[in-house]
Design a protein around this ligand. Structure first.
Ligand code: ADE
Ligand code: ZN
Length: 326
């Protein structure tokens, strides 16, 4: 029997989602027209057809190019609002959304433009649908340590609206140790910490994220299984992994979803969660990721329920809220 009715009926949390990765071809097309931005495409359909990737970098090149249509406060509002509406449709009641300030500040678009747009949409979604939305400010790891420190400083007026800081973008050649001093400061400021590690990068990068950045969660982390000592540590500490199956498939981290190790990690007792990463680029929102696991890996009802319980357990919600949802 299909798990879809159960999947739709259960309230869920999403913990690994890049807001810039929710830009639909339709909205990109509309905003390009609004701001007279020249796109290397002749139609919305051409945009969608271009989403074929060989690796993380080939995706990031299109993703940063696409973000160039986001120019004013209303664009950022629309982007967040459309994602939160998709959350409502999938019964996602809590989401922790990453945003990449440097993708915008490098184009002269500051926190005073995108933060009010994000926050207005989040506030309306809370009023309209009761959805809670936390924000995770992520540093681009292909840029310098100095640029990350400047971003941390520029974010200061918005600290009350930020739950955690993260690390994303091109992983290979940019190990977590490059940002150890930045995250030391982030910790002193009292924020939670997440970092992409072990998506394309080796287990050594996951070790660094744990030991040098003191992460509270690991984004992806699927390569931890290559190192038994690392796997044991992650299990013992119950350090959450925010896994993104369709992303891993689209970015060729795996060549077949049937080979994904998410259920094996779950069965080994790790605190694993399912997430969509950049849903409009990877062909599926959160519920599509769950359905893909059902069809490719034969995920059963008990595993589905455990993954959903984990999504709340691994969140940054207060304990009372976690207990309410689990
Ligand atoms: N930025 C957006 N999506 C990402 C991913 N999957 N890995 C690293 N950086 C990202
Ligand atoms: Zn990601």
């Amino acid at each position: 029997m299909s798990l879809t009715p159960l999947l739709n009926s259960l309230p869920k949390a999403e913990l690994h989602l890049h807001i810039e990765g929710t830009l639909s071809p339709a909205l990109m097309w509309e905003l390009a027209d609004k701001h007279q931005v020249r796109l290397p495409y002749n139609s919305e359909a051409e945009i969608a057809a271009a989403y074929q990737f060989d690796n993380l970098q080939s995706f990031l090149d299109l993703y940063y190019q696409g973000a160039d249509v986001l120019r004013d406060e209303d664009d950022f509002y629309r982007l967040m609002w459309e994602y939160l509406r998709a959350c409502h449709e999938q019964n996602i009641v809590h989401t922790e959304v990453m945003f990449d300030p440097q993708t915008h500040t490098e184009r002269g678009i500051g926190f005073d433009i995108f933060m009010p747009g994000f926050l207005r949409a989040a506030q309306e979604a809370r009023q309209e649908w009761g959805i809670s939305c936390y924000l995770i400010c992520s540093f681009l790891r292909h840029l310098s340590e100095q640029a990350a420190f400047e971003t941390l400083e520029a974010a200061a007026p918005w600290y009350p609206d930020i739950t955690a800081f993260g690390l994303d973008s091109s992983e290979l050649g940019h190990p977590p140790e490059k940002f150890a001093r930045v995250f030391k400061r982030v910790k002193e400021l009292g924020f939670a910490i997440v970092a992409h590690a072990g998506e394309e990068g080796p287990p050594e990068y996951i070790w660094q994220a744990v030991e040098l950045l003191n992460v509270d969660r690991i984004d992806h982390g699927v390569r931890c299984q290559e190192d038994p000592r690392l796997l044991a540590l992650i299990r013992e500490r119950q350090l959450p992994l925010t896994v993104c199956p369709l992303s891993n498939l689209k970015l060729c981290v795996i060549d077949d979803l049937a080979k994904h190790n998410i259920l094996s990690l779950l069965d080994e007792g790790l605190l694993v969660t399912v997430n969509s990463d950049d849903p409009t680029y990877f062909g599926g929102f959160l519920n599509d990721n769950f359905s893909a696991l059902e069809h490719a890996l034969g995920m059963n009802e008990q595993q589905l329920q455990q993954l959903i319980v984990n999504s709340f357990k691994a969140s940054f919600l207060p304990e009372a809220d976690k207990q309410y949802w689990t």
